[in-house]
Design a binder for this molecule. Structure first.
Ligand code: NZQ
Ligand code: ZN
Length: 390
């Protein structure tokens, strides 16, 4: 196992009716900005309920709505201006990954003078992390199980045809209220996207090469098996609280640093997926259903030992040649995504060969030329992967 530091300060307040804890979690005299998306949280009555809880105290409360899926830099700039003008000292994100990510960005940019006029710089720090000393404190009320943003310190922001990510040790939410009931209003497509996103977060930290991370492997396999067990149930019956609660907790645990500590990580499915979203506005989860199986097909040799382990422990495949077991495991993964109504090929979006060079050009622009756990996924390899997903 590799050396690691595991640090995760987010307090998770999980379960039905936990919103009643909100007023205990935010300082009683906070000047708080509630940040939300395109209106789902208004329609469901959640924003009103949040305001009511926060009004139990001496807080100054304001709102900023309209953060779009794949949150846009220019929209976030408006929120940053509002936060600066009003002297806001606490942020509350109410929504899915886009709202939570956007709020982290606002927290960094609006915290002081450091980034005034230089907000875009935050988006150029990528894997290195943002060297910031100050961020506004933030909490979340999470309404979509997918990104893990409710318990991690990363964010992904869109700017034109660029989709760029940042992270910082000071952008962990202080708390996240995670009530699975709030996710029951989600359209089927978003639930399916969330299952695939969670699955691929685990896969990117697990299907690499053996590193004696036995706890990490068994936990990763447990999350994958849980998703396979409850995926269709929670899609078809959103009111089944326990199935949904399991999905929600899997999503949080898949990307909060736990299973990735001490083991190699890949993330190439995500890097290709982000470029596809930036160019074609295909939902994040749906891009991953195309890139992950294609990467496994092209990189069977590099990932052989872990693909065999995945085949055996997740799908129970123990018979036949190694090659046949790996192929069967990839087929079953694609069939699982398909069973959720998530396509695994570009052709299903009426896209063809033309995507390949466009995505490659963006990967080159963003210096994504040595991806994967080995750093050996060159643009040529990415080209093969994209072709395998046509
Ligand atoms: O905007 P509203 O009206 O709220 O509607 C949203 C949006 O249209 C809707 N929604 C959310 N909760 C709902 C709901 N509708 C009904 N009932 C509810 N309870 O769902 C739509 C999609 O929301 P969004 O937040 O965009 O989805 P998701 O949570 O999948 O987030 C995607 C973003 O997260 C980034 C992605 O790149 C993308 O920008 N990621 C963030 C990561 C991180 N922070 O660690 C990692 C991920 O790999 C990912 O890259
Ligand atoms: Zn993801």
């Amino acid at each position: 196992m590799n050396n690691f530091t595991f640090y995760n300060p987010t307090r998770v307040v999980f379960g039905k009716d936990q919103l009643k804890e909100l007023h205990n979690l935010v300082p009683a005299d906070a000047n708080i900005l509630i940040i939300y998306g395109g209106g789902s949280a208004v329609r469901s009555g959640l924003i009103d309920a949040v305001k009511e809880e926060l009004s139990k105290g001496n807080r100054k409360i304001s709102t900023f709505g309209g953060i779009e899926p794949n949150p846009r830099f220019l929209t976030l700039m408006k929120a940053i201006e509002q936060a600066r003008k009003d002297g806001v000292d606490y942020l509350l994100a109410v929504g899915g990954g886009s709202v939570m990510d956007g709020t982290k960005f606002i927290a960094l940019a609006a915290a002081g003078e450091d980034f005034v006029g230089k907000e875009e710089e935050i988006l150029s720090f990528g894997f290195g992390g943002v060297p910031a000393n100050k961020a506004l404190p933030l909490g979340t009320v999470c309404t979509l199980p997918a990104t893990g943003s409710e318990m991690n310190n990363g964010g992904v922001i869109s700017n034109g045809h660029d989709k760029l990510f940042f992270h910082s040790p000071i952008t962990f939410p202080q708390f996240s209220i995670i009530d699975p009931s709030y996710t029951m209003t989600l359209p089927e497509r978003q639930v399916a996207n969330g299952i695939v996103d969670t699955f691929v977060h685990v896969a990117e930290q697990y299907v690499t090469y053996p590193a004696e991370g036995r706890f990490q492997d068994r936990t990763a396999e447990g999350i994958l098996q849980t998703l396979i067990e409850i995926g269709e149930t929670t899609l078809n019956d959103p009111q089944d609280y326990d199935a949904r609660a399991n999905l929600v907790w899997c999503a949080t645990m898949a990307l909060n640093g736990l299973i990735g500590s001490g083991v190699p990580q890949d993330w190439s499915a995500h890097m290709l997926g982000h470029e596809i979203t930036a160019l074609y506005e295909i939902d994040h989860g749906r891009t991953l259903a195309m890139t992950l199986p294609a990467i496994w097909k092209v990189r069977k040799e590099q990932k052989k030992a872990k693909l065999l382990q995945y085949a055996e422990r997740v799908w129970g495949l123990t018979e036949g040649s190694e090659e046949a077991r790996i192929e069967e495991a990839i087929d079953r993964t694609e069939a699982f995504f398909g069973s959720l109504g998530v396509p695994t090929r570009f052709s299903r979006y009426d896209l063809g060969e033309e995507v390949v060079e466009k995505v490659i050009a963006n990967l080159e622009k963003h210096k994504m030329t040595a991806l994967s756990e080995h750093g050996d996924m060159t643009l040529d390899v990415s080209r093969k992967v994209l072709r395998a997903a046509l």
